[in-house]
Structures are given as C-alpha cells and as structure tokens.
Design a protein around this ligand. Structure first.
Ligand SMILES: *[C@@H]1O[C@H](CO)[C@@H](O)[C@H](O)[C@H]1NC(C)=O
Ligand SMILES: *[C@@H]1O[C@H](CO)[C@@H](O)[C@H](O)[C@H]1NC(C)=O
Ligand SMILES: *[C@@H]1O[C@H](CO)[C@@H](O)[C@H](O)[C@H]1NC(C)=O
Ligand SMILES: *[C@@H]1O[C@H](CO)[C@@H](O)[C@H](O)[C@H]1NC(C)=O
Ligand SMILES: *[C@@H]1O[C@H](CO)[C@@H](O)[C@H](O)[C@H]1NC(C)=O
Ligand SMILES: *[C@@H]1O[C@H](CO)[C@@H](O)[C@H](O)[C@H]1NC(C)=O
Ligand SMILES: *[C@@H]1O[C@H](CO)[C@@H](O)[C@H](O)[C@H]1NC(C)=O
Ligand SMILES: *[C@@H]1O[C@H](CO)[C@@H](O)[C@H](O)[C@H]1NC(C)=O
Ligand SMILES: [Cu+2]
Length: 575
C-alpha cells in the first residue's frame, strides 16, 4: 500500500483498487494464503546516499500481509541475504505452535544464508493491526512490514467502516548496516549509535535533506473518515505522533479494539500498534503528520529529528496552481514529556465484554527491569567504552538473559537436550531494594544466564514489571510472545502490593502484547497461560534486548493434544 506520489488523476483508480480489495476480502470464507518472502540485499537511496539494506522481496518496508480472522497462511522465507535470520509475527498468538513464532535461538535456529523455512499458522480470534519483523540481531531495523487482520466474513468493526485505510509504519533509519551497529556495541560495551532519521513507511519526509520528493502522502476527501494503522517499528525509540489541526480517535491497540478515545497526540513504543480514525474536517489543504522521540533515559544520546508525511486534501491539490504550500506542522510534546505520554496511555480503555480474571491470581510475578553496568578490570580497554570505563548490560530480576548458541530453547525442550537452559528464573527479585530510588552501585551488575520461568498450563498470571533506577529510569516497552494480556494498572515509584491492587482496572483494561513501564514506575498485567510452548518475554528496545533485558516463559503442556505443543514441521531450521 504505497501512499506517496498520488497525483489527483490517479485517485479514482486507487479508490477502485481499495474497493475491489475490500470486496475481495468480504466475498470469501476462511482462506489459505501463500506468500514467499525473499530476504535480499537491495540498494535504496535515503538522505542523499545509496545504501544496500536487507529487504523482503526488494520492498522497504516489506510487503503488508492482509488476512481475515480464521485464515491460514504459509509464508516461505528464503534467505538470499548474507546473515542468519528469522521472522517473528509480532502479536500473533500461534496457539500450540511456537515453531511459527520466529525469534532466533528461542523457538527456532535461524535460517542460514541459502536456506529457507515455511512459517505455517492460522489466525485464531484476532483482528486488527499487527506486524512482522526480523528477530535476529538488529536486522529488524529494515526487515519489517504490516500484518493486518480484517474481521471474519459477516462481522465488522465496532465503529463505522472507514472509507479508506492506511498503514503508517514508523521506523528508524541508520546510516550503516544495522549488523555493524550491533557488532560495534558488542565490541565496545557502549550504547549503539543512534539513528540519523525516523521514517514513515520507509521515508524520512521533507524535513530531511534529499527527501521531499518521496515524502509519503495520504490523500483524503473533504469530510471523510480514514483509518490509520500506526505501527512503531523503530529499533530503539518510543515516539510521539500527531497530525496538524486534526484530532485522532483511538479505536484499537495491538490487535484489540478499544473504547473510542479522542486525542491530539499518541505515544507509541517499539512493538506497539495503534489504530486511529481521522476525520478530514479541516479547511482543504495539506497537513503534516509527524513523529519524534519520547525520550526517558537520562543523559543518553537520542535522535532528536522529526519524520513527516502529508495528509493531503485531494480537492486542495487538484485545484492548486503552482507549487504546493508548505504543510502545517503539528506541535509535538517535549522529548521528555512523561505527563503527556501518561495521559495518553492511561486514557485507553478496553472493551469490557472481554473478560479479565478478577479474583486472586495463581501466580504473582514481580519482575524488576532495567539496565546495569559491568566493571572492567581495565577500564581503558576498547571493550569498555560504556560509562566510566564499563560495559552496558540489562536484566530482569537481576538475570541478564543469554541466548543459546548451539540450538534453540524450543528445540532443546522438545528433544530433551540437557544443558541449554535452566528453569530457575526467579518469580520475584532475588533482593529487595528501593527500585526507583537511589540504588547502591554494588547492586548494578546482574548475573548472566539462560534462566526460564516454568508455568503450568492454565495458570492465571499477574505480572508486575517494575522499572529500576539502575543507571537510569526508563520506559521499557515489554513484549510477551504467544500471549496478549490485560493492562490492569500502572503507577510511578515502587509497586505497593498491599495498596496498589485495590486500584486495578478489572472492568475494561486494554489488551496489549507490548506495554511500557512508566519511567521509574511499574505496570501490572494479567493473562492466562493457555498457550503451551516457550515464549520470549523482552524489552522491545533492541539495544536493551541485546544487553539481556529478557527471559522466556516455559508453559507446560496441559491435558491431551488440544493443550499440547504440536510437533515441529520437517523443515524447521537446525543449527
Ligand atoms: C558511531 O558514531 C561514531 C561517532 O559519531 C563514529 O565514529 C562511528 O563510526 C559510528 N559507528 C557506527 C558503527 O555507526
Ligand atoms: C538536536 O540535537 C542537536 C545537537 O545534539 C541540537 O543542536 C539541536 O538543536 C537539537 N534539535 C532539537 C529539535 O532539539
Ligand atoms: C525536560 O527537559 C527540559 C530541558 O530540555 C527541562 O527543563 C525539564 O525540567 C525536563 N522535564 C522533566 C519532566 O524532566
Ligand atoms: C561516572 O563518573 C562520574 C565522575 O565520577 C560520576 O559523576 C558519574 O555519576 C559516573 N557515571 C556512572 C554511570 O557511573
Ligand atoms: C525510595 O527512594 C525514593 C527516591 O529517593 C524516596 O523518595 C523513597 O522514600 C524511598 N523509599 C524507601 C522505602 O526508602
Ligand atoms: C564497580 O565499580 C564501582 C566503582 O566504580 C563500585 O562502586 C562497584 O561496587 C563495583 N561493582 C562491582 C560489582 O564490583
Ligand atoms: C545481582 O547479582 C549479583 C551477583 O551475581 C550481585 O552482586 C548483585 O548485588 C545483584 N543485584 C541485585 C539487584 O539483585
Ligand atoms: C548462523 O547460524 C548457525 C547455526 O546456528 C551458526 O553456526 C553460525 O555461527 C551463525 N552465523 C553467524 C554469523 O552468526
Ligand atoms: Cu528496555
């Protein structure tokens, strides 16, 4: 769905194309779709420079997958690139089917150069916007695309059908190979270099050099309402997003509907998606939609640039003579405007007809999440370019997660290979301290390990993510594979188990697959562990993930085949 460069003549045929697409979607029952994703190096020109990046089928962003709830897919991923890679279908539940989930060394060995693997899965009771991305090293910087799930035939959105829909993929552009960035940070122990631009559907937009011709344009008719499917595919950055003079009505997040929420700005963390309705109710003209950083880590470098696309009233562009006037730019919040981020996040309410369990949980998990530093014996070593001659690390409950190298966690589990992981991940922090206060320096270095947390099938889980003030407090967008969860509460400071649960929203909590910790605060979620398998749980800021801000949930099989992991497909890559 390329939206840039739309002269007014072509609008009619574009509309026809959309209508035909809609008709095609609504005319058939559950379908089987086959796709081929060829991972390849592709030259693209951005910011005056041609770079060779990894793409799918030569497209950047990659192809959008559009399905209906109930459809099944077979997506053959052919690795014609130079790196090991695997693809994660972000937010898809993959019930009993971790083999299709995709994170390298978690549910599969990567697909090696020259190899291929076919991901086979069925959409089960999910609708809305998700996405797919590479899940190996930093490769998702360029290897990502939208995954759109339409309602089943005969079912519709819980809001008036918008005339048109547009995916808005927010990304980060680096001026070099993302794997070089990863190697550099692994070598030096410092934070990876920040991006040089943000992008909307792969384009930085006309506030950057050499980018104005390609700026993405979203055409609208006066008075119409469109649906924007906004996806934060940025590698390492939460973003604010706004449209000049237009308000947005949030109607869904992470493939779950929400109560309509009217707002002038959204804050979206890496991994999250937000569906908004926008009504073209302003004087015909051109209006920027823009995104820039929401930055919570203290004293950290970040990309402070702004990406734009243009909401363009067709009547204005057709009647115009001469060059287009510069669009109006929306006012975006200050980079550190946590009050605005919190007002947005806490305004989102789920549909109350979907039920969260309201009595006590079977498992009360409490996970501290944050960064750390490793002291070096020789602080002047080139390997110790973190703060004051250290190396960065990160952890959950003081465990800095280390991926296996010789096989994947899931293959080791299924085949009973010993020594790959342990199941002693602590359900609560091994040490209590003032998490959001000043943390003694002696507590800053976590223990590395491949520790998993085991859960019995059907366990009703309450999990509180508590941000720590080790190195810095920060919004960590925490993502769990294989599940979506209810966000029942959040707050600043330390979670108080005796007073905070009384204020939980057990009536209409939003459903998400990725939720940020308020910086120096906590967020509480609930879900039922009804999906057997090994499911990665991690911060969706890739630099933090690389430092070990992760663990995995091992959900045991229940009773009988309907509660058990299916056998692995024959083409599952081996290490
Ligand atoms: C990171 O940035 C520094 C300074 O700006 C530069 O010297 C270095 O080459 C960059 N490294 C990578 C991998 O981008
Ligand atoms: C971004 O940072 C650069 C230098 O770090 C600074 O010169 C510039 O004013 C900043 N821009 C904004 C919009 O804050
Ligand atoms: C945000 O940053 C500005 C400086 O850019 C500073 O004056 C202000 O105190 C900061 N606000 C918060 C809430 O940290
Ligand atoms: C690094 O050292 C300086 C000077 O001693 C100190 O002020 C700063 O807090 C240190 N930073 C970290 C992250 O330890
Ligand atoms: C934790 O640290 C914060 C910030 O320094 C402080 O306000 C609070 O009183 C501390 N809490 C406890 C229990 O010590
Ligand atoms: C690391 O070094 C700092 C001083 O720079 C010290 O305070 C801290 O205790 C050391 N941590 C460990 C785990 O040795
Ligand atoms: C983490 O574990 C290390 C030992 O490996 C210990 O020195 C440190 O104090 C622990 N920190 C916390 C926050 O539990
Ligand atoms: C690619 O994956 C294979 C199998 O896991 C591994 O042996 C090899 O070292 C990997 N290559 C790189 C560059 O990581
Ligand atoms: Cu993080």
């Amino acid at each position: 769905m390329e939206t840039n460069q739309l002269p007014c003549k072509s609008s009619f045929s574009l509309l026809l194309f959309f209508l035909l697409t809609i008709i095609a979607f609504h005319a058939t029952n559950a379908e089987h779709q086959y796709h081929e994703f060829v991972i390849q190096r592709t030259p693209v020109k951005r910011l005056c420079k041609t770079q060779s990046i990894l793409t799918v089928n030569g497209q950047f962003p990659g192809p959008a997958i559009e399905v209906k709830d109930g459809d099944s897919l077979a997506i053959k991923v052919v690795n014609a690139g130079p790196y090991n890679i695997s693809i994660h279908w972000h937010g898809l539940r993959m019930l009993r089917n971790p083999w299709a989930d995709g994170p390298s060394y978690v549910t599969q060995c990567p697909i090696q150069p020259g190899g291929s693997y076919t991901y086979r899965f069925t959409i089960q009771n999910q609708e809305g916007t998700l996405w797919w991305h590479a899940h190996t090293g930093f490769l998702r910087a360029t290897v990502y695309g939208a995954f759109i799930i339409h309602p089943k035939q005969g079912s519709s959105y819980p809001f008036t059908q918008p005339k048109r829909e547009f995916p808005i993929l927010l990304g980060e552009w680096f001026d070099r190979d993302p794997m070089a960035l990863l190697r550099q940070t692994q070598l030096t122990g410092a934070a990876p270099n920040v991006s040089v631009a943000y992008t909307i559907n792969g384009q930085p937009g006309d506030l950057y050099r050499c980018s104005s011709q390609e700026t993405v344009r979203v055409p609208v008719d006066v008075g119409e309402t469109i649906l924007l499917r906004i996806i934060n595919s940025a590698l390492n950055q939460e973003l604010f997003f706004s449209i000049a003079n237009h308000r947005m009505t949030v109607v869904g997040t992470d493939a779950a509907y929400t109560k309509p929420f009217n707002t002038g700005v959204i804050m979206i963390g890496p991994g999250q998606t937000i569906n908004v309705l926008v009504t073209a109710n302003q004087p015909p003209g051109r209006y920027y939609m823009a995104a820039r950083a929401y930055q919570t880590a203290m004293n950290a470098a970040f990309d402070n640039t702004t990406t734009t696309a243009i909401l363009e009233y067709k009547s204005a562009s057709c009647s115009r003579k001469g060059p287009a006037p510069r669009p109006i730019l929306p006012a975006l919040p200050a980079f550190n405007d946590t009050a605005t981020a919190t007002a947005y996040t806490s305004g989102i309410r789920g549909m109350s007809k979907i039920n969260v369990f309201t009595d006590a949980a079977d498992a009360n998990l409490f996970f501290t999440v944050g960064l750390g530093l490793i002291n070096c014996t020789n602080p002047n070593s080139p390997r110790c370019q973190g703060p004051n001659g250290t190396r960065f690390t990160a952890s959950i409950n003081n465990n800095s997660f280390v991926l296996p190298r010789t096989t994947s966690l899931m293959q080791a589990y299924y085949q009973g290979i010993p020594g790959v992981f342990t199941t002693d991940f602590p359900p609560v922090p091994p040490l209590q301290f003032n998490y959001s206060g000043k943390v003694p320096r002696a507590l800053w270095t976590p223990t590395p390990g491949t520790r998993l947390l085991k859960l019995k099938y059907g366990t009703r889980v309450q999990l509180v993510f508590q941000d720590t003030n080790i190195v810095t407090t920060e919004d960590h967008p925490m993502h769990i594979h294989g599940f979506h969860f209810f966000v029942v509460g959040s707050g600043f400071g330390n979670f108080n188990p005796s007073t905070d649960p009384a204020r939980f929203n057990l009536v209409d909590p939003p459903v998400k697959n990725t939720i940020g910790t308020p910086p120096g605060g906590w967020v509480a979620i609930r879900f039922v562990a009804d999906n057997p398998g090994i499911w990665f749980l991690h911060c969706h800021i890739d630099s933090h993930l690389n430092w070990g801000l992760a663990t995995a949930l091992l959900v045991e099989n229940g009773v009988g085949p309907s509660q058990s992991v299916i056998p692995p497909p024959p083409d599952l890559p081996q290490c």
